[in-house]
Design a protein around this ligand. Structure first.
Ligand code: NAD
Length: 284
């Protein structure tokens, strides 16, 4: 392997130490950051994500409140619960674990969360604020990617960044964060013609597609930075990313592994956003 590994696990651990210190300072000011997580139904993957978020809160000295609702909960009941949390001064962050059952309108749910407690950064107000470069809660996975690059000493300004994937939670916002840092950004997606034509020009490639081993050595130029957001299972059931690691790591300059790459940063930035919300509540 010639590429330098970007170790998300170590960078996340370093950030968590910093967050834990800030939590103690806030506690000294009488505020304990509190995150409320709402889980609807019995999705096993969602249960694991929620458990990991609770664990992270405990490790960092924050309060966590888990609210479990039945799969058939009426939409109105869920919205009422969110309103209640919006008004609760002990709660600084509200997260509704996605996906939601079909009878619940995801947009309505996201828009009911107060933008001041929207630590996932999914509310249109926070997205608009991010787009216009104002203070905002940044979506956790894209934010984590920017922190990984910063901590590795990779300059973004002036770089050509090609994002593969345009989802609302990863592809679109991460492109915006690169633009905010003066990169030149190209978005590619399922309707892009000749993907390689674009990715081969990139100084930085972000793969957020959800297809195992989709990005091969042929997609990238020598020395490029390759960020793999994918969390997939290969045919053998093993966790893998969107990037064919073995061959791309022989050609790239920097690469994130899966696991221990982008993944650990997502919850870390959620913790950071909850801390930020608690700190800002001092001034409200
Ligand atoms: P998504 O399914 O919402 O979006 C996938 C995107 O890939 C779409 O925009 C689509 O246009 C694009 N795409 C599909 N086929 C393509 C093709 N042939 N060529 C080019 N583009 C193509 O997925 P998502 O929610 O953005 O997640 C992407 C991956 O990242 C998944 O594996 C997911 O599990 C993972 N993920 C990881 C984290 C993390 O914390 N590391 C967080 C969120 C998502």
């Amino acid at each position: 392997m010639t590429a330098q590994l970007i170790n998300g696990k170590d960078i996340a651990a370093k950030k968590r130490v910093e967050i834990a210190k800030e939590v103690q300072i806030l506690k000294g000011n009488g505020i304990t950051p509190g995150l409320a997580v709402i889980l609807v139904g019995n999705n096993d993957a969602s249960k694991t994500y929620v458990r990991n978020k609770e664990k992270a809160c405990q490790e960092l000295g924050m309060n966590s409140l888990l609210i479990e609702l039945a799969n058939g909960v009426p939409e109105q009941e869920l919205l009422a619960k969110i309103e209640e949390l919006n008004d609760d001064p002990a709660i600084h962050g509200i997260l509704v674990q996605l996906p939601l059952p079909d009878h619940i309108d995801e947009r309505k749910v996201i828009e009911t969360i107060s933008p001041l407690k929207d630590v996932d950064g999914f509310h249109p107000i926070n997205i608009g604020r991010m787009m216009t470069g104002q203070n905002a809660f940044l979506p956790c996975t894209p934010y984590g990617i920017m922190v990984l690059l910063d901590e590795t000493g990779i300059t973004v300004e002036g770089k050509h960044v090609v994002i593969v994937g345009r989802s609302n939670i990863v592809g679109k916002p991460v492109g915006q964060l690169f633009l905010n840092q003066n990169a030149t950004v190209t978005y590619c997606h399922s309707k892009t013609k000749d993907l390689k034509l674009h990715t081969r020009q990139a100084d930085i490639v972000v793969a957020a597609v959800g297809i195992p081993n989709f990005i091969t050595a042929d997609h990238i130029k020598e020395g490029a930075v390759v960020i793999d957001v994918g969390i997939n299972r290969n045919e053998a059931g093993k966790l893998c990313g969107d990037v064919k690691f073995d061959e791309v790591s022989e050609k790239a300059g920097f690469i994130t592994p899966v696991p221990k790459g982008v993944g650990p940063m997502t919850i870390t930035m959620l913790m950071y956003n909850t801390l930020k919300s608690a700190a800002e509540s001092l001034n409200q």
